[in-house]
Ligand binder design. Structure first.
Ligand code: FAD
Length: 426
């Protein structure tokens, strides 16, 4: 006998609940049962969306499919690499998500049948849905840089998914002798957390300055400009003079290949052999997005900016890093904001209504040192089929400002992390 088990509407709701649901959702399709939404990915986007759906309309049957029992958050993981924080401060479970009425399936989703509206799980279970939300985050493209595959990442960690990789990079820095060269390879846009490589450079430099002051840090970049560039470069001069060197794309910074055996990064302009090499490769939407037919040939998912519904896969919505967010950066803040707007749109669509255009906010804090922070903020709204910057809204921290201001922003960053993780997982 097959282990496959289809969870159908009758198993989710009994007759009385169905009668109540019929009043709230008078559409013929939902006359007999509560609508079912499956959310794949229990990170900042998916867990937020699952909870927001339940809050918006408790009658919706929400199942959150997440492959890991413990989520390890990327924001503040650069502090772990720099020895300023423990990995435990990054870890979250799903008990509170479950107690808010969401069914948590601790399984990997292995396939989506968009025509039949079903999701297949690794244990053979099949879940039916009326609407599916995908928030699988990113996959690292192990086919993009010659020589950089999963085995090479054990030697030259990316640390772009928090957890073991974060700890590996930390251990390598601890083991390095004073005077060693650390190299960070930063990818071209778009990728998860645009300011992340430069914050990482700062916090690693903070560790080196404190413990291994003769060491140097080289950033090899596949682009000519980057997020909060002026603020970062000012901070490098002010806090770590002579320690950090940035090589832009046009100066030959793009890494094309690596040799993991010798820790060498290869560019068109020459080779760099590192004591510690942090290779952040190009990325794409988590694989399930392609399996669902929602990813295009860029590897990311085009969406309707009002509903977050995929432009290629009907009834499937994509949020967070996996979607093409227009002007919105791939951040936890964005994923959480998109999750709430998407939950509202999905609930409205299930009730037969027309979702209103959302206005979304993102703020990304970066730390140049534990007591030195700055931020970029933006407001976004649908325009010409994309989420576009609302002109005149948002901005970056001032370039010239007293250190107390930087210290306050570092405190705001901590408060933001406490608030968002409490909202998503607490
Ligand atoms: C070093 C670093 C620092 C960062 N700092 C910040 C910051 O300061 N502020 C900020 O806003 N953002 C920051 N980010 C970015 C932030 O981490 C991501 O943008 C955010 O996690 C995106 O949310 P998401 O829901 O799209 O993906 P994730 O949070 O990665 O969640 C995806 C989830 O989906 C699960 N999943 C994937 N595929 C499947 C499947 N097939 N079946 C079941 N489960 C699946 C994964 O296990 C994972 O739990 C940082 C990132 C990095 C790397």
């Amino acid at each position: 006998m097959s282990k496959r088990h289809r969870i159908n509407r009758r198993e989710f709701v009994g007759g009385a609940a169905a009668a109540v649901t019929a009043l709230a959702f008078p559409l013929p399709a939902f006359a007999q049962a509560a609508p079912r939404v499956v959310v794949i990915g229990g990170g900042f986007g998916g867990a937020s969306c699952a909870r927001a759906l339940k809050q918006t309309e408790p009658k919706i049957q929400v199942t959150l499919v997440e492959q890991d029992r413990t989520f390890v958050a990327c924001p503040f993981s650069n502090n772990v690499i720099a020895g300023l924080r423990s990995i435990e401060a990054q870890q979250f479970g799903y008990d509170k998500v479950a107690s808010s009425g969401v069914t948590v399936a601790a399984q990997a989703a292995t396939g989506v049948d968009a025509a039949a509206r079903t999701v297949r799980l690794a244990d053979g279970t099949t879940l039916s849905y009326d609407r599916l939300v995908l928030s699988p985050g990113v996959d690292l493209r192990f086919d993009a840089l010659t020589g950089y595959d999963e085995a090479a990442a054990q030697k030259m960690p990316h640390a772009w998914k928090a957890g073991e990789q974060t700890l590996l990079l930390r251990r390598q820095l601890e083991a390095m002798d004073d005077g060693g060269l650390v190299v960070i390879a930063a990818p071209a846009n778009p990728y998860r957390c645009p300011p992340g490589p430069y914050e990482r450079a700062c916090l690693i430099a903070h560790y080196l300055k404190t413990k291994k002051p003769r060491s140097k840090l080289l950033i090899l970049d596949a682009k000519d400009t980057f997020s909060k560039q002026r603020l970062f470069q000012n901070a490098w001069k002010e806090l770590y003079p002579g320690m950090i060197e940035w090589v832009s794309l046009s100066q030959g910074g793009k890494v094309n290949a690596v040799d993991a055996a010798t820790n060498t990064l290869i560019t068109d302009f020459g080779n760099h052999t590192a004591k510690v090499a942090n290779v952040i490769p190009p990325q794409r939407a988590g694989r399930i997005a392609a399996l669902a037919g929602a990813a295009d040939n860029t590897g990311w998912c085009a969406i309707d900016p009002v509903t977050f519904e995929s432009k290629s896969a009907p009834n499937i919505h994509v949020i967070g890093d996996a979607c093409i967010g227009g002007g919105m950066p791939k951040s936890a803040f964005s994923a959480n904001a998109q999750a709430k707007a998407c939950a509202s749109a999905v609930a409205t669509l299930l009730a037969g209504g027309s979702p209103a255009a959302p206005k979304l906010i993102n703020t990304c804090y970066s730390l140049a040192a534990p007591d030195y922070g700055f931020s970029v903020a933006g407001v976004y709204a649908p325009k010409n089929g994309l989420l576009a910057d609302v002109e005149g809204a948002g901005g970056v921290s001032p370039a010239d400002t007293p250190r107390e201001f930087r210290a306050r922003e570092a405190d705001y960053a901590q408060s933001w992390y406490a608030t968002i993780t409490a909202e998503v997982f607490g």
